[in-house]
Write a protein that binds this ligand. Structure first.
Ligand code: NAP
Length: 887
């Protein structure tokens, strides 16, 4: 039942001076607002939709410039909530034009009889939270005020055009147009001299058509953008067949995908492909004319690694040079200042070829900036251009503009949203803001929105919001507000996600960099549509985690907390492992567990190339042991790191940490010798420890033969291998060598007790479980031997050990014993550095190229090894500007 006292029809109330009482007020009649209105009604809420424009359409109402089209294939850029609607509408083109999309939205509005609750030509002038009434009070510039329980912004991400920021616009005596506010009756450009300022998606779509009509077109370009041919035409038969073959499955795949379009996740990394294979993939993508395809389907590292990205970017640059005949123009059109995809790339039809026309000229504003707009045209600091028409394709105050700039919003205790967001938007899930009860945003900052197929994101946001407020109502609550903790946690998670992608390396409207003075930071959620959806569901599943719920008839409920504390890629890995429902490793028996680990390792990306990888045999404590040697590509001799793999003294071998050994070899420029020490239960304590020591001795004695530089060795190890590395340092100190310059201990086992908090907090759910650790200990070492420093180095003498770098992970049962060992060594006078990796789990750093957020930590570890060896930090191949993973 609608709770509003007066659920009056919008058309009636618009003319009345009284306040219109509704359950929910929605702003904006675009894709989001229309679906919201439909869902709200179906859920039994009374609602009004306030729209400044004269009709439905949102962005498609305003952006009527020549060439305006969607650039996600239209069959994907459609509502999917009603299968009958889907079959009732047929798109005529792969990328529909603005008029066709507008017709579609009009068709939807009529089909669901939405117009009767829409107040067109109505702009909201203020919105205030009325604490006493627990309602939003909304003033408008046309008709009645509105009082509502829920206030929902469906204002879009790119609806507030950016002012031109160029002096003299008012002086210009010709015609001025903005692509984002194009006149509805069109513009006649024939025979005119036209200037276009701006080469984003709007400019790139408009320029080829303006060039066909105008007498002369001059394009003023500040930053070149990557544009790819759309190859428009009818909807591609294969995609259409996939959709029509199994509509539900097609839409479900889109909802779980990263970008909201049903392409599978790519797992092949660039260095696994030959040049020819990469080119073939690229040419297929270029011919496909699909933005999401080329952004996601070439190789897995293209969006997260500068080297993988550069390969695509270079291939596109080659295409631009191939199309544009004048080399100077081609060079000016070729982007070099950002990775491909970090700034929104564009889909075009004849964009680059347009510069081969005799009536088109490009002005490179990087070489001659605009000084001013004059009465007759545009003056750069080198030349003047007389024109009849100036078209501003200069973009939008994106994501926050339509929410902040449009009207003041005041929340609890009189707090203004513009103040709360002065340093950048703060939200919980991109849907709500702490201090603003019952205010919701559809595709707000902090949601995947503009980094996804908007249609898919909009439906998910709308469903989540309407489902939540319906559930609230049914439970007797009337308000819902995000907590500060939840919001701060979301900001941290957003930053963690952003550190994974390359978006931080570009100045774009995604980061607010296009608006002078705007606070900067990656505004959309970069973690992907599928993961985002699962997080929203998790919030609900965990009792509305991070929300305070109140109501006159219900006890206040506040289940406070952060919904994601893991690094985003760690969350995905653990989610994937959980979905496999694997039996506990300790139930497999030693051989079964080894077989399982070998199989598991086959599925991970290959390590990156190094100079040489070779196998050999060294002498362990009681006989020969295999080893694997990783040699850098640079000329030797190199310093040597002796490496001990993980596996609880039971599992793994000299090649089981292969990607990590390659990575550390590349980053340190050192030889890594990974030792195949003996395993339990066949060889119990102290076999592994004694092998570790003996192997280190042997490697020191044979360093020159191995291509090593004279001088002390370094030792490193992960997990049980970290234990062996630590023990080796103690034994080397006590047994007269070999000399060790430093030890890198990654999540090491250092003690035999299981009662530290990390053993309790992280006992289950993080892959390395308490039960598995018990099993490892039982197989390796009798209780009577467990306090021996050769297996519990924390119990040994610690003075006089080599300098140490100890890495521990927040969600690792072994975290606290690693920290205890670092602190105890430091107390004993050993130089110690620690990396306490927030949001990581036991395997984070060895899952190279899977847990990408581990890169920053691995750089720190490599730098530490180089420091121990007296070398300067290695600058290559570390990617630029990575945020530290350490807390
Ligand atoms: P945009 O991507 O922000 O591009 C604005 C362009 O104007 C940029 O080239 C910018 O240069 C330039 N510019 C801005 N201020 C300037 C100044 N003062 N002097 C000189 N140049 C200036 O805006 P947009 O093209 O309207 O596109 C915005 C977004 O809307 C797109 O990224 C896309 O997400 C969406 N869109 C989608 C479609 C579609 O679906 N087909 C079509 C159009 C737009 P700098 O790069 O140097 O700042």
């Amino acid at each position: 039942m609608p709770e509003a006292m007066v659920a009056s029809r919008a058309s009636e109330s618009a003319s009345s001076a009284s306040t219109q009482q509704v359950d929910a007020a929605v702003v904006g009649a675009g894709f989001a607002g229309l679906y919201l209105l439909h869902r709200l009604r179906k859920a039994g809420f009374s609602a009004v939709l306030l729209e400044e424009a004269g009709d439905v359409g949102g962005t498609w109402y305003w952006n009527r410039y020549p060439g305006a089209r969607c650039d996600i294939q239209t069959i994907d850029y459609s509502y999917s909530f009603d299968p009958e609607l889907e079959t009732a509408w047929k798109w005529s083109e792969k990328y529909a034009t603005q008029p066709e999309i507008l017709r579609y939205l009009g068709f939807v509005a009529d089909r669901y009889d939405l117009r009767r609750d829409i107040r067109f030509g109505t702009k909201v002038t203020s919105a205030n939270w009325d604490q006493a009434a627990q309602r939003w009070q909304i003033a408008t510039d046309n008709g009645a005020k509105v009082s509502c329980r829920y206030y929902i912004m469906a204002t879009g991400c790119l609806s507030a055009p950016k002012p031109p920021e160029i002096d003299g616009v008012k002086e210009f005596r010709g015609e001025v147009y903005f692509t984002g506010r194009w006149p509805h009756d069109g513009v006649k450009l024939a025979g005119k001299r036209v200037a276009v300022i701006g080469t984003g998606s709007s400019g790139i779509q408009a320029i080829p058509l303006i060039a066909q009509e105008a007498a002369q077109l001059t394009v003023f370009q500040r930053t070149p953008n990557f544009a790819l041919p759309a190859h428009n035409g009818p909807p591609p038969a294969d995609r259409l067949a996939a959709l029509e073959g199994d509509r539900a499955a097609y839409r479900a795949q889109a909802r779980q995908s990263l970008a909201g379009v049903p392409w599978p996740q790519n797992t092949v990394v660039s260095w696994q492909l030959s040049d020819a294979e990469r080119r073939e993939r690229f040419e297929t993508a270029w011919a496909a004319g699909d933005l999401v395809y080329i952004l996601t389907q070439l190789w897995a590292d293209q969006g997260v690694d500068v080297d993988g990205n550069k390969i695509v970017a270079d291939l596109i640059r080659e295409k631009i040079r191939g199309i544009v005949k004048d080399p100077e123009t081609a060079a000016a059109l070729t982007p070099h200042d950002h990775p491909f995809g970090a700034k929104r790339p564009c889909l075009d039809t004849n964009y680059y070829a347009t510069y081969n026309r005799p009536n088109v000229a490009l002005v490179n504003l990087r070489k001659e900036p605009i000084k001013a707009i004059t009465a007759t045209g545009i003056a750069t600091d080198k030349r003047s251009f007389d024109v009849d028409v100036i078209v501003f394709a200069t973009g939008f105050d994106a994501m926050t503009g339509a929410i902040l700039a449009v009207h003041p919003i005041t929340g609890r205790d009189g707090k203004a949203l513009s103040d709360v967001w002065a340093q950048g938007p703060q939200t919980y899930l991109g849907l709500t803001v702490a201090g603003f009860p019952n205010l919701f945003m559809i595709t707000g900052p902090g949601s995947p929105s503009v980094l996804s197929n908007m249609a898919v994101s909009i439906e998910q946001h709308v469903d989540w919001v309407v489902d939540r407020i319906a559930a609230l109502r049914d439970a007797g609550f009337t308000t819902m507000e995000a907590t500060d903790t939840a919001q701060a946690g979301w900001a941290k998670h957003m930053a963690d996600c952003a550190s994974l992608t390359l978006h931080r390396l570009a100045n774009t409207w995604y980061t607010g960099a296009n608006v002078p003075g705007k606070a900067q930071g990656v505004m959309p959620y970069t973690g992907g549509v599928g993961p985002y959806r699962s997080i929203c569901d998790e919030v609900v599943g965990r009792g509305m985690l991070g929300f305070r719920l109140t109501g006159p008839d219900a006890a206040e409920q506040c289940n406070d907390g952060e919904v994601v504390r893991l690094q985003p890629d760690v969350r995905l890995v653990l989610g994937l492992l959980a979905s496999l429902n694997l039996p506990p490793i300790e139930s497999m028996g030693a051989q079964g567990a080894r077989d399982f680990v070998n199989e598991f390792n086959k599925g991970r990306p290959f390590g990156r190339p190094v100079g040489e990888v070779g196998d050999g045999v060294l002498l362990g404590a009681e006989g020969p042991l295999p080893y694997k040697l990783y040699r850098p590509a640079t000329p030797g001799p190199h310093r040597i790191v002796v490496y001990f793999h993980g596996g609880g003294w039971v599992l793994g071998d000299q090649q089981s940490d292969d990607p990590f050994c390659r990575d550390i070899c590349r980053r340190t420029d050192m030889i890594i010798v990974s030792v195949g020490y003996r395993h339990a239960p066949e060889h119990r304590f102290p076999a592994a420890a004694e092998d570790g020591y003996a192997a280190t001795r042997w490697i020191a004695e044979h360093a020159a033969e191995l291509g090593g530089k004279p001088g002390p060795l370094l030792v490193a190890g992960w997990s049980a291998g970290g234990n062996i590395a630590a023990v080796t340092c103690q034994l080397a100190r006590d047994r007269g060598g070999p000399e060790i310059a430093g030890q890198l201990l990654i999540c090491p086992v250092t003690d035999c007790t299981f009662d530290r908090p990390s053993y309790i907090d992280n006992a289950a759910n993080y892959f390395l479980t308490r039960g598995l650790m018990f099993w490892f200990w039982d197989l390796y070492c009798s209780p009577a031997d467990r306090t021996d420093p050769r297996v519990s180095p924390l119990r040994g003498k610690l003075a006089g050990l080599p300098a140490a770098f100890v890495t521990t992970c927040e969600f690792d049962p072994l975290r606290d014993e690693g920290i205890a060992y670092a602190e105890a060594m430091a107390a004993a006078g050993v130089p110690v550095e620690q990396l306490k990796a927030r949001g990581h789990f036991h395997s984070s750093f060895t899952m190279v190229d899977v847990v990408i957020t581990g890169v920053a930590g691995r750089i720190q570890m490599a730098d530490a090894l180089r420091r121990f060896a007296g070398l300067p930090p290695e600058v290559k191949p570390a990617p630029p500007k990575l945020e530290a993973a350490a807390s």
